[in-house]
Design a protein around this ligand. Sequence first.
Ligand SMILES: NC(=O)c1ccc[n+]([C@@H]2O[C@H](COP(=O)([O-])OP(=O)(O)OC[C@H]3O[C@@H](n4cnc5c(N)ncnc54)[C@H](O)[C@@H]3O)[C@@H](O)[C@H]2O)c1
Ligand SMILES: [Zn+2]
Length: 367
Amino acid sequence: MEESLFVKTGEDTGYDIILAHDYISLPEHIEKLGFKGRKICIISDSNVFPLYGDIVKEQLKPVSDDIFDIVFAAGEENKHLDTVKKIYEGLIGYHFERNDLIVALGGGVTGDISGYAAATYLRGIDFIQLPTTLLACTDSSIGGKTGVDLDEYKNMVGAFKMPRLVYMNLSTLKSLNGREFASGMGEVLKHGLIKDAAYYEWLINNFSEINERDSKTLQKMIKRSCEIKRDIVERDPTEKGERALLNFGHTIGHAIEKYMNFELKHGECVALGAFAASYISYKRQLLTTEECFEIRDMFVPFGLPVTLPDGADADKILELTKSDKKMNAGRIRFILLKGIGKAYIDTTVTDEEMLDGIRQLVIDKDL
Ligand SMILES: NC(=O)c1ccc[n+]([C@@H]2O[C@H](COP(=O)([O-])OP(=O)(O)OC[C@H]3O[C@@H](n4cnc5c(N)ncnc54)[C@H](O)[C@@H]3O)[C@@H](O)[C@H]2O)c1
Ligand SMILES: [Zn+2]
């Protein structure tokens, strides 16, 4: 059954998030926004476009006679300005104008790049998100953060650009490989840990249905994660405060992503970073021993790592946290937990504490 949520972006502006199981009602939702007759460009990556590009094009035929596509090589390593340049060149080649529409079809990488291109091409054109990974359905497609990496700096160049619609065909998640699915679970578990203890508990109790990708269970889970993210970004769209809670696990997670040369998936690094941050919280007596190590152990049934490869260099990872953007007057805005479901921003976390947290990932202390 199709469900929808609304994300408010102003007094009387906002966008729908549609949870569907096919692309059948996509044209109707696009037409409702007044896009009929506009040129459409589908931006997608080299894995997703061959799977779903034709279906989406077919569905969009009643909406527009001019449907184009731009396909870039899949992977985080292509989330940079050269890919954005190719998109601009493609759009210029198709004579795209201010009132035309970009459709981002793919995971978080596609959404972030396409959104950034949409924010900047001709000083901004409309775009909609068709997320196809669990990570994109539950996190990256919502909230309007777009951007690309610059050298080793993740998401260093970007813009806030709200999509006009987020439409997810949840059946696309069936073709996602196990590791990519698990990566999405890194963000999903994060949502429970920062905001909703009952949801976290529910996730753990339903791990086998989730891993089997039972359609009803997934829809319920994705909806709840979308609500949590929606509520946060509505209250704090530009990350002046509360939105930073979504960065739980990301300061150390991003450092690990770089340290491992992006061989680990984003959500895998978030899981590692989340345990390190939980360990720091535990050392500050904000979490009990049981809570801290339950958080670690509960990543495992979802296929997420809780240790780094043997010999990983904790000092080097600490060093890499310094290039993370989440700074406030030179201090890292670190997210800690004062209980499951209760995250807060802390600017007093020291290098020693972070190193201690990272070391828990390197050496399996068998506690
Ligand atoms: N903007 C935000 O708020 C936000 C939030 C969280 C993460 N992110 C960003 O999202 C990115 C990670 O997103 P991701 O994990 O979706 O990565 P991704 O877009 O690279 O997708 C992962 C892989 O799965 C493939 N794929 C996508 N959908 C598929 C499907 N249905 N079937 C088969 N294969 C499929 C892709 O081609 C890719 O190889 C990172 O760059 C991260 O920084 C952004
Ligand atoms: Zn993330």
